[in-house]
Design a protein around this ligand. Sequence first.
Ligand SMILES: [Zn+2]
Ligand SMILES: [Zn+2]
Length: 245
Amino acid sequence: MQKKLGMLSIDMHVHTSGVSSCAKQTVEETIACKIKEGYDGMVLTNHCQSWYYAPSRVGHEKYIRSVLEEYARAVEYGKRKNFRVYLGLEVTLFNPFYADWLLYGVTEEFLENSPPLYMLSQKELFEFCEKYGVLLVQAHPFRPVPYVERVYGVGEKEYLHGIEINCSEKDTIHKDRVVAIARENGLLITAGTDYHGKPERPFVVGGAYIPENVRTSEELAGYLKGNKDLSLFFGEEEIFVRNFS
Ligand SMILES: [Zn+2]
Ligand SMILES: [Zn+2]
């Protein structure tokens, strides 16, 4: 991507192995790869899904602790490498089945007061997010749902803030469709790679430009919400999307 004065290039959708067991790299390995790809920062959006809570494994409190520890570790390493890390989450709901929801503006307080988020309906998740100023963005809305192999598309539009242009090779092709739906429904648009540190998941180096003075997760949510236009990048291509919300 091109470097822009006063702006940071951010991957808004990243998983690391300390929390997301499907991810192949630690936070340190992930940050090293992200720097090599040219990014200045990332939003850590580790999974919050039912199978991360299997009885033999962890309860909610322990899970939340692991999310916060992973984030602290990433921030710490990021500081040494001059790389920004923001706290987010990716919640997978049962209904609609296996739909994925990115949360931006996540704080320690939000997580500590949260019920097991994957148990909620889309409406309940949205209402809980609203209470804390957290933005709810549907991830890769046109990706076929695992196991059932069909596309559900965008969920209940009155209960979400935005939709994602996902930069995985199979999702980026839906870019124009995502923009059209955001325009029709008054939604935000974000972009990220759904990074798992796996070569078998090819992606376009994409994401969003945000100002350098956006330092915390809350400020990131505030910027996404309050700004009229957001500048996204996909490889060398830069596009401006209106904030339709
Ligand atoms: Zn995953
Ligand atoms: Zn993801």
